[in-house]
Design a protein around this ligand. Structure first.
Ligand code: 5IU
Length: 272
């Protein structure tokens, strides 16, 4: 099973170039940490990325919350990813019909497909959303995650819905490389299908070493609970790292180092 293989070995389980690059980067940097930088000022965004980048395999963005966005920001983001060897995951959560998501992914002011290695989509519209996004992303070598589960209290993405998400992914393995989920999805909803050798990346938000949640329904588990107990591959950490002050760069750097160590220790414990 995939979660007992090393990240480096698992790069061979995928044909999608983004999946391979993620796993190779994780192995090279010894990091399964993705930092989610939900700040609204582009200067804060760049400063935080520059500070945490040595400790991450991936940076997760919400590019549409940036108040002072212009396309030069994208060039600066790309410069940082080359300097520090990590990938971008734009947490766009597409949810519309194929034709519309293709336009949202390629165009508008943010031109997500041109710079984000990875993005994600809700399975709620059915397989057409994958076809729409793949029409833009596959020729660029991009990857897609489906939202199989969410970290929030009362999430509707459970049971049959989650199983159907996995079946959708299984039929589009060239582009769908994994899930946003709280646990592994290997063999979920397989029924009679042959799923031997199947591998999907599991990226898990809702991670915190101190807090158990926030006042708006977020729920946190520790890196060890996610990676060792639930078999998650990448922990996604936001406020646990950048806290409430986006200018406190020294603290942010220390926290990134701490979460990286916790995530990697849980992975080594899983392999052992
Ligand atoms: N995020 C979640 N839970 C989910 C999904 C996405 O928290 O199920 I899908 C996003 C929201 C935010 C980040 O951008 O991950 C988590 O931030 P905090 O670590 O600050 O809670």
């Amino acid at each position: 099973p995939p979660h007992t293989q090393s990240y480096g070995e698992r790069s061979l389980n995928f044909t999608n170039p983004t999946a391979k690059l993620i796993l190779e980067t994780m192995e090279r940097k010894k990091s399964n940490l993705a930092v989610s930088v939900d700040v609204t000022d582009k200067h804060d965004l760049l400063a935080i990325i520059d500070a945490v980048a040595p400790y991450v395999c991936m940076i997760k963005t919400h590019i549409d919350i940036i108040e002072n966005f212009d396309f030069s920001l994208i060039e600066q983001l790309q410069h940082l990813s080359h300097k520090h060897d990590f990938l971008y995951f734009e947490d766009r959560k597409f949810a519309d019909i194929g034709n519309t998501v293709a336009l949202q992914y390629s165009g508008g002011v943010h031109k997500i497909a041109s710079w984000a290695h990875l993005t994600n989509a809700h399975p709620v519209p059915g397989p057409s959303i994958i076809m729409g996004l793949a029409s833009v992303g596959l020729p660029l070598g991009r990857g897609l995650l489906l939202l199989a589960e969410m970290s929030t209290k009362g999430s509707l993405a459970v049971g049959e819905y989650t199983e159907e998400a996995v079946r959708m992914a299984r039929r589009h393995r060239d582009f769908v490389i994994g899930f946003i989920a709280q646990t592994r999805m290997d063999g979920v909803g397989a029924a009679g299908d042959d799923v031997s050798g199947e591998d999907f990346l599991v990226l898990t938000p809702g991670i915190g070493l101190e807090s158990k949640g926030d006042s708006m329904g977020q729920q946190y588990r520790t890196p060890r609970e996610a990676v060792y107990e639930s078999g998650s591959d990448i922990i996604i950490v936001g406020r646990g790292i950048y806290g409430t002050d986006p200018k406190a760069i020294d603290t942010i750097t220390r926290q990134a180092e701490r979460y990286m160590a916790a995530g990697w220790a849980a992975y080594l414990e899983r392999l052992a």
